[in-house]
Design a protein around this ligand. Sequence first.
Ligand code: FPP
Length: 248
Amino acid sequence: MAGSERTADPVPAHVAIIMDGNGRWAKKRHRPRLFGHKAGVDSVRAVVEAARESGVNHLTLYAFSTENWNRPGAEVKGLMALLKTYLQAELANMKKNNIRLGCFGQKERLPEDVRRVMDEVIGDTANCSGMRLNLALSYGSRTEIIGAVQEIAQKCASGQLDAESINDQVMSDHLYSAGQPDPDLMIRTGGEKRLSNFLLWQLSYAEIYFTETMWPDFRKEQFLEALYSFASRQRRYGRTGEQMTKAE
Ligand code: FPP
């Protein structure tokens, strides 16, 4: 039961989600994988709304990994088409709800038409000051970290940066997520218990919530369950429970 009488306090400032299980959800229904991805888009809509209503300020969704390019061509094409339709259909809604869209990943690898729509929505929502919605597309965390290290190394070589001054903040500033807080909560649907090359730097202190629920069945009620679970946990950042109680 959802238990809508429960309160989700504290609310995570940043929630990241690995949306897994579309294929298996479809297979169970003897339907093609794309049928699962289509239902998954409805979950995206529901979760974006639930996150915004709950006061989550940053929501990052893993929509397509660098490895996903290796899927059958028809599935990749279908996913790209779904993404484009979603962005076109949601622009007005995002503006109305003050949602700012961002993209984590190799945007240049996306088909030209998808990239164009993506850039348009990013530009048109750039002044929205409510929730930040980040879509991780053609995203891989190791590639992101390597890119950051290369940029930092170049700055050191050109004298713009001192090697000794490299710290957590410098690294964070060179990632796709620059300027945004690290996720407090990472949700993975679909029953697998892996990070799958997702936000490896940024998830250092995140609470992890795994659920057997397949992504197409993950809607508002299930999202709130994850927030309740987060609210019930004590985050210690390496300290003892007693230290945390005293600090409160
Ligand atoms: C993982 O399920 C899901 C994906 C690789 C794609 C996620 C895409 C969507 C939810 C729809 C498009 C996104 C947006 C933002 C509009 P899977 O196919 O790996 O499932 P399986 O593990 O059951 O095979």
